[in-house]
Design a binder for this molecule. Structure first.
Ligand code: THU
Length: 133
């Protein structure tokens, strides 16, 4: 993937973060998920007064994409705040793995980014091969 496409995804993640509903933690996160058609689906975290119902930015982006018919994904960018890299939580790693096991995860700290394969973030993953699909 060309570098300028990474930068575009990061800028979409940063913009999506502005809409985060993070009134309890005050920790805002944005994500942008790229499909193989070059569509980008964004998400922000949405918190609940019943804290455990909170949905992370990554899962919002993924469920938006799936519910709009997207099926194949290349990369997801995640941004939380300047100077800090926000690795996806375990639940997001699993759900992303279920639908997009081969994606690159782009972690931005606002100025620099690192790119890690989802497979390296979730080794020895549970998937549908264990349940016979
Ligand atoms: N959060 C995300 O949106 N993505 C992550 O990868 C880590 C955590 C959100 C959930 C919650 O709203 C806040 O950050 C603090 O945990």
């Amino acid at each position: 993937m060309p570098e300028n496409q990474y930068e575009l995804l990061i800028s979409k993640a940063k913009k999506a973060r502005n809409l985060a509903q993070a009134r309890y933690s005050k920790f805002k996160v944005g994500a942008a998920l790229l499909t193989d058609n070059n569509d980008i689906f964004t998400g922000c975290n949405v918190e609940s007064s019943s804290y455990g119902l909170t949905i992370c930015a990554e899962r919002v982006a993924l469920t938006k994409a799936l519910s709009e018919g997207a099926t194949s994904f290349l990369a997801i960018a995640i941004f939380a705040k300047d100077g800090y890299i926000c690795p996806p939580c375990g639940a997001c790693r699993q759900l992303l793995y279920d639908y997009a096991p081969d994606i690159d995860v782009i972690l931005s700290d606002g100025s620099e980014h690192q790119i890690i394969k989802l497979k390296d973030l979730l080794p020895f993953a549970f998937d549908d091969s264990q349940i016979g699909k």
